[in-house]
Design a protein around this ligand. Structure first.
Ligand SMILES: [Zn+2]
Length: 460
């Protein structure tokens, strides 16, 4: 791709003017130079260029229930658990071709908001009757194909799911998820790891034990070390709901984080998704293991999960990434600002997450933007989220004249973007040096949306 010369380039936490970004043929950033040193650079007028956003926790298929669970179900009061039944019912209706079509819709929407890589927590493996397909990774590979066709990177975090819960009857709505033994799971994972479409750095795999509820300890102790020996990212839902913590204490006499720590399952490649209902001691355990946390505030507020104590995580030095999770909204900058806003509402205070040692006007915004970029890349296992020589050429531009951020100064531009950017301001999105969104449009946008609309069946 030719060199690009926008008004501002976001490098090392600040916007620099008169800079051009030069990429190499391998889809990496060659260098960021003074614009005078890149004579053939294409001028991008009224644009700021930022590193691509990384969505560290997604269930693409849940895009299909958007707008359909915002009403009272037959229960007298609704919760995460009643929502989950509705979500399972919708997910179970999806046929192979729907899995591709719905995923592609979710990934298109991600691309249009500047997301260039996704950690896809993929848990539907089998046919609707629970039978294993002749390729046990058929559905995972359809999801990967959808991401590749849209043009974003994907870490397929292959979910292990063994049971409904501790001393809980099997739930027929979970038959498409379950791989009873760790041996079967690992056999399927190894097949996925050797698939041809996972060999070029655009797609890769990770290990995702669903939760302590769904995966018993002996299973965890087989698959997590497997991932660790191979340097694969490990993602797991942890302490999303108080009931999960209570059940874990009942089964093991320890909270989920205490169980993971004492069994040696936490590490620097481990991401605890949500990690809401935790004690200060648990936060210390996550910090000591150099593990990270993925918060999903737009989903957590929608499901009534609770508030991630990001202030405590930051104080302990735990990196926090972000995920669109249930896809109720796909806009990771909204998640970034919610991290701060939830704490403001809870503590009736402002600038809760601002660092103590930096009074600059963009210090808080920078912290939140790191969650959406660098921390996400680290969590899903690649060297992205920043604009520097050798990093992947993954970035997006925003229109400086967009009404949502017009009038920003270079000093407050990042705070304008993090707290106020409308996703309509996103103009160009580049992944591996390839432009996948140009002037706010994806070339396949119309057929992707049309096929998605056609794939939706009336809900029962
Ligand atoms: Zn999730």
């Amino acid at each position: 791709m030719p060199s690009l010369w926008p008004d501002f380039v976001y490098v090392d936490g600040q916007f620099l003017s008169d800079r051009a970004i030069v990429c190499d043929d391998a889809g990496k950033i060659n260098q960021v130079v003074e614009s005078s040193e890149a004579p053939g650079a294409i001028r991008l007028q009224n644009r700021a260029l930022l590193p691509g956003i990384v969505n560290a926790h997604s269930h693409a298929l849940q895009r299909v229930i958007r707008g359909r669970t915002e009403r009272r179900s037959q229960h007298t009061s609704d919760s995460f658990w009643t929502w989950r039944e509705q979500m399972y019912a919708a997910a179970n209706r999806l046929e192979v071709e729907d899995i591709y079509t719905v995923s592609r819709m979710a990934f298109l929407e991600m691309a249009l908001t500047g997301i260039t890589a996704v950690g896809e927590f993929h848990y539907i493996h089998h046919a609707p009757d629970g039978a294993t397909y002749s390729d046990p990774n058929l559905l995972a590979r359809e999801v990967i194909r959808a991401a590749r066709d849209v043009g974003i990177r994907i870490a397929l975090l292959r979910v292990a799911y063994a049971r409904a819960g501790f001393e809980t009857e099997a739930n027929p709505l979970q038959v498409r998820f379950i791989e009873k033994s760790p041996e079967i799971y690992l056999q399927h994972l190894e097949q996925l790891l050797s698939a041809p479409e996972l060999q070029d750095g655009v797609a890769w795999a990770g290990v995702a034990p669903h939760s302590v509820r769904a995966v018993p300890l002996d299973y965890l102790k087989t698959i997590v070390p497997f991932a660790n020996e191979r340097g694969l990212p490990v993602h797991m839902h942890v302490a999303e709901q108080p009931a999960e913590v209570t059940a874990c204490i009942e089964e093991y006499g320890r909270s989920p984080v205490a169980l993971l720590e004492t069994e040696g399952l936490l590490s620097s490649t481990f991401t605890a998704v949500h990690a809401i209902h935790v004690t200060p001691k648990a936060i210390g355990s996550i910090a000591r293991a150099r593990a990270s946390v993925c918060a999903c505030p737009t989903t957590e507020r929608n499901l009534g999960d609770g508030v991630v104590p990001v202030d405590a995580y930051f104080k302990a030095g735990v990196p926090v990434s972000l995920g669109s999770d249930s896809q109720v909204q796909i806009d990771l900058l909204e998640d970034a600002r919610e991290l701060e806003y939830h704490l403001r509402l809870q503590q009736t205070a402002r600038n809760v997450l601002a660092p103590d040692d930096d009074a600059s006007s963009s210090a808080l915004a920078r912290r939140l933007f790191d969650c959406a970029t660098i921390n996400g890349a680290r969590s899903i296992g690649f060297n992205g989220g920043k604009l520097e020589a050798g990093a992947p050429a993954d970035f997006f531009t925003v229109d400086l004249d967009d009404p949502s951020i017009a009038g920003s100064s270079p000093e407050d531009l990042l705070a304008n973007i993090v707290f106020s950017l409308s996703r309509a301001a996103v103009r160009d999105v580049v992944v591996g040096g390839q432009m996948i969104v140009e002037a706010g449009r994806h070339p396949d946008q119309e057929p992707i949306v049309e096929e998605f609309k056609n794939s939706l069946r009336p809900s029962a």
